[in-house]
Design a protein. Structure first.
Length: 256
């Protein structure tokens, strides 16, 4: 009977040794289960998410206003060329560009918020990973201590068979917890890698938006200059404008 118990324990001990080796090979260090999210970080992330929703709503409203001015531009283009209509078209273009600039600025703010939110998420993952590592370190320490005991010492340690089996059961539970902790560790690392990649994409998107904003501002400045030049040449007189249009059409026909 004791021979059977010794052999069972030997098998259990071998499994634990293999588990220790696998953990050390896969991780290179020690880990454990259950990550704790700090309330301050959770609150900050929730605030960022609320701000992101608010920015999206503002962008949606601005895009609706921009469409209104775009419709006015198309409407003015369909009308005959008069100084009044040309000024209206330029005014509508300037307003549309103003809304476009505002939308781009909001999108820049939104992207910055998303980058900050991802930074918090990554920070939380880092803290969770550290908590997992700490727990696994404790579990490995316990198992390592058990490994130091010889079979005879284990057999002599317990005065009843039930206590001996309880010891084996506790070791098995600890082994299962370590496996669960290792699985959680891999999951956390994968999620962190995804968030880091998304953060880099958002940074690239932010750079593109900033370039777009600069371009839109230049177009708006050019349109305002065009409007001012048109009024300066025609002195706000329809006859002068029509003469200017005819001259432009004459020059165009010569090029054709």
């Amino acid at each position: 009977m004791w021979y059977i118990l010794v052999m069972k324990f030997k098998v259990r001990k071998l499994r634990i040794s293999l588990l220790l080796a696998i953990l050390l090979l896969l991780t290179g260090q020690v880990f454990f289960l259950l990550a704790v999210s700090l309330p301050a970080y959770a609150q900050s992330i929730n605030e960022l998410r609320q701000n992101i929703l608010h920015k999206n709503e503002e962008i949606k409203k601005l895009e609706e206003q921009k469409k209104k001015y775009q419709r006015e531009i198309l409407k003015n283009q369909a009308l005959g060329k008069t100084l009044k209509q040309e000024i209206k078209k330029l005014d509508s273009s300037i307003q549309a560009l103003s809304h476009d600039i505002a939308i781009t600025e909001k999108r820049i703010g939104l992207t910055q918020l998303e980058i900050n939110s991802l930074a918090y998420e990554i920070l939380e993952k880092d803290k969770s990973i550290q908590n997992v590592k700490k727990g696994l370190a404790d579990a490995l320490s316990i198992l390592a201590k058990h490994e130091e005991e010889t079979r005879i010492e284990i057999l002599l340690k317990y005065d009843t068979i039930s206590r001996f089996f309880r010891h084996l059961h506790e070791n098995a539970l600890l082994q299962n917890r370590m496996l669960a902790g290792l699985a959680q560790l891999h999951e956390l690392r994968g999620a962190r890698a995804d968030e880091k990649a998304e953060q880099e994409e958002k940074k690239s998107e932010l750079e593109n938006l900033e370039n777009l904003l600069d371009s839109r501002k230049k177009v708006q400045t050019s349109t305002k200059t065009e409007r001012s030049a048109l009024l300066a040449v025609t002195k706000n007189q329809e006859k002068a404008y029509q003469a200017l249009v005819r001259e432009q059409e004459r020059k165009r026909s010569l090029l054709e």
